[in-house]
Write a protein that binds this ligand. Structure first.
Ligand SMILES: Nc1ncnc2c1ncn2[C@@H]1O[C@H](COP(=O)(O)OP(=O)(O)OP(=O)(O)O)[C@@H](O)[C@H]1O
Ligand SMILES: [Mg+2]
Length: 272
C-alpha cells in the first residue's frame, strides 16, 4: 500500500464548533492515506469521526490546519462544489436518495455536473447499477426497494463520477447483519477491482474488521492507527466481535483456561 501515491493528507487538522461554549471536535490530526487503501474510522460517539469525514470531503472547512487531496490543498480550491463532485463520493447512513426519482435517475444526479449528454448519463447510471447488482431494479423508486438495495443505489451514485475517494459514514448503520455483510462485500470488491480508496466510519467491529486499516479516534485525536492486514491485529479484531471476546469485555464468567490471561487480553481488546 505504501507504494501507491498519497491521496489524502491532513496537517494539524483542527475543527472547533460554536462561539460561546466551544467544542474542539478535532485537534491537530495528522493523517496520510494512500491510493487504494480501505480504512475504517472507529471511536466513541462524539469522538470526531463525522467531522473528520466532512473535512476530508470538503463538506466543511477546518478551523485551522489543512486537507490535501491528490496534491491539492483544499484551502486553495475556489469552487469546492465542483471539486467535490469530481473527487469524492459520499455514502451516508440514511441513503439520502430522492424519493420521487427512480434508482437510475438518482444515480444520474451527480452526473449533471460532469456529463452533458443525456444518453451518456443514462448509460453510465445503468452500468453502475449493474455493477452493484441492481440491473433489474433500475426503474424502481426508493420506497419500492429494500434497505440494502437502497444503500447499493447510494453506492452506485457515489461512484458515478469515478471519484478518487469514497467516504461512507455508517453506511450499514440501519441494516441487518446479512445486508451489512453484503454491502461490505460490495465495497471491498470495488476497492479491489477498481482501486477506489475507501474510508468508512463505523461502530460495527465486523465492518471494521473487513477493512485493511483501523483508525481509532478519541476526543478529536487519533488514538490508534493499525494496519489490520497483519495477522495479529486482524485476529484481535475478529476475536473482539466473537461471542467469547464480547463475554470477556463484559466481564462474564470465562472458561477456566482463560482466566489467567483474561486481564491482559481484555486490555488489548479495549485498546483496539
Ligand atoms: N455542527 C455542530 N455544531 C456544534 N458541535 C458539533 C457540530 N457537529 C458536531 N459537533 C460536536 O463535535 C464533536 C464531534 O462530533 P462528530 O459528529 O464528529 O462525532 P462522531 O464521532 O461522528 O459521533 P457519532 O458516532 O455519534 O456519529 C461532538 O462533541 C459534537 O457534539
Ligand atoms: Mg458521526
Amino acid at each position: 500500500m505504501i507504494n501507491t501515491p498519497i491521496v489524502v493528507e491532513t496537517h494539524n487538522l483542527t475543527k472547533i464548533y460554536g462561539d460561546g461554549e466551544e467544542v474542539r471536535a478535532l485537534d491537530n490530526v495528522d493523517l496520510t492515506i494512500h491510493k487504494g487503501e480501505f480504512i475504517a474510522i472507529v471511536g466513541p460517539s462524539g469522538s470526531g469521526k463525522s467531522t473528520l469525514l466532512h473535512l476530508i470531503g470538503a463538506l466543511d472547512r477546518p478551523s485551522s490546519g489543512e486537507v490535501i487531496i491528490d496534491g491539492m490543498p483544499l484551502s486553495q480550491v475556489r469552487d469546492l462544489d465542483h471539486f467535490r463532485s469530481q473527487t469524492v463520493g459520499f455514502v451516508f447512513q440514511t441513503h439520502n436518495l430522492i424519493p420521487t426519482l427512480t434508482a437510475q435517475e438518482n444515480v444520474e444526479v451527480p452526473l449533471y455536473e460532469t456529463t452533458s449528454q443525456r444518453n451518456d448519463r443514462r448509460d453510465r447510471a445503468r452500468e453502475l447499477l449493474t455493477l452493484v447488482g441492481l440491473r433489474e431494479r433500475m426503474h424502481f423508486l426508493p420506497n419500492q426497494m429494500s434497505g440494502g438495495e437502497r444503500q447499493r443505489v447510494a453506492v452506485a451514485r457515489a461512484l458515478a463520477n469515478q471519484p478518487t475517494i469514497i467516504l461512507a459514514d455508517e453506511p450499514t448503520g440501519n441494516l441487518d447483519s446479512k445486508t451489512t455483510a453484503d454491502i461490505m462485500r460490495l465495497l471491498s470488491d470495488l476497492n479491489r477491482s477498481q482501486g477506489t480508496t475507501l474510508i468508512v466510519v463505523t461502530h460495527n467491529h465486523e465492518v471494521a474488521s473487513a477493512t485493511q486499516r483501523i483508525i481509532t479516534l478519541r476526543d478529536g485525536h487519533i488514538q490508534r492507527d493499525v494496519i489490520t492486514e497483519t495477522s495479529f491485529e486482524r485476529e484481535l479484531v475478529d476475536f473482539k466481535s466473537s461471542a467469547l471476546g464480547q463475554a470477556l469485555l463484559r466481564g462474564d464468567e470465562l472458561p477456566q483456561e482463560m482466566r489467567d490471561i483474561a486481564p491482559q487480553l481484555r486490555e488489548l481488546l479495549e485498546d483496539i
